[in-house]
Design a protein around this ligand. Structure first.
Ligand SMILES: NC(=O)c1ccc[n+]([C@@H]2O[C@H](COP(=O)([O-])OP(=O)(O)OC[C@H]3O[C@@H](n4cnc5c(N)ncnc54)[C@H](OP(=O)(O)O)[C@@H]3O)[C@@H](O)[C@H]2O)c1
Length: 232
């Protein structure tokens, strides 16, 4: 990714703690849209001062299409989109509110649609692009108590594969998706304790798969769903 313009959403989140350093260390020009200043401070601890200085942080709410359009325009060009934004909440379907269902779809699927749409326009203009989205093991092996999460992540997988089909005629534009199981993030440790954490996927391990799919070398890998389950 040397010299590539990379739009790295969610780059200051839990998974971003592993993915952002890996992408920066490849010599990419990284832009991270953020909402929460505190998560940037946490990310700073994972980077050298010069690595941190090399990142452009922009305050953008990725649920707003006009803000995304502006972000992409300001970047001038998006060579690589790595879309980490997403999240989950639990609840039995009969108790789940329609409001929460819509929130999950907005966070997981709508942001993916919007960020892919505007990044892809730029990629088609330049003739080069790599899109890497994040699904979940639950997208292909759905679990009870997580219906809206699994359904919205299944949507992310289908959307990514549809994009891969749509750009098949472009020589050097690809779209692929990674499917993590449980990731070893500070939030998961806080929520579930650390007893099982050695079995969870390290952000650095996912970063290796993401960086491969985002690389020039992965030109012929299209519409893939890469399971990164570890021993889970
Ligand atoms: N953690 C897991 O075990 C696990 C398992 C399978 C799949 N995944 C997937 O992996 C990805 C990363 O997960 P994670 O654990 O790193 O989540 P996370 O720690 O919650 O990070 C998500 C990031 O997205 C940002 N974000 C959310 N909504 C946004 C918006 N509207 N505009 C701009 N930024 C926004 C958050 O920023 P703020 O902090 O400012 O809100 C945060 O930095 C997600 O897609 C998740 O579904 C995670």
């Amino acid at each position: 990714m040397e010299g590539k313009q990379v739009l790295l959403t969610g780059g200051a989140g839990g998974l971003g703690l592993g993915v952002t350093p890996a992408v920066v260390r490849q010599g990419a020009k990284v832009t991270i849209p953020y909402r929460n200043e505190a998560s940037i401070e946490r990310l700073k601890q994972q980077l050298s001062p010069s690595e941190f200085e090399s990142i452009r942080f922009v305050s953008v709410d990725l649920s707003k299409e006009s803000a995304i359009a502006q972000l992409v325009e300001d970047m001038g060009r998006v060579d690589v989109l790595i879309h980490l934004v997403g999240g989950f909440s639990m609840g039995q379907l009969i108790d789940y509110s329609y409001e929460d269902w819509k929130k999950d779809f907005q966070l997981n699927l709508d942001t993916t649609f919007l960020v892919c749409k505007h990044s892809l326009r730029s990629m088609i203009n330049s003739g080069y692009g790599r899109i890497v989205t994040v699904g979940s093991k639950g997208a292909v092996q759905p679990m009870g108590g997580l219906a809206s999460y699994c359904a919205s992540k299944a949507g992310v997988v289908a959307l990514t594969q549809a994009i891969a089909e749509e750009v098949k005629d472009y020589d050097n534009i690809t779209a692929n998706c990674v499917l993590p199981s449980i990731i070893d993030t500070p939030t998961n440790r806080e929520a579930m304790g650390s007893d099982q954490a050695d079995q969870w996927i390290k952000p650095e391990s996912l970063a290796a798969g993401i960086c491969y799919l985002a690389s020039e070398a992965a030109k012929d890998v299209r519409g893939a769903t890469l399971p990164v389950y570890g021993q889970l």
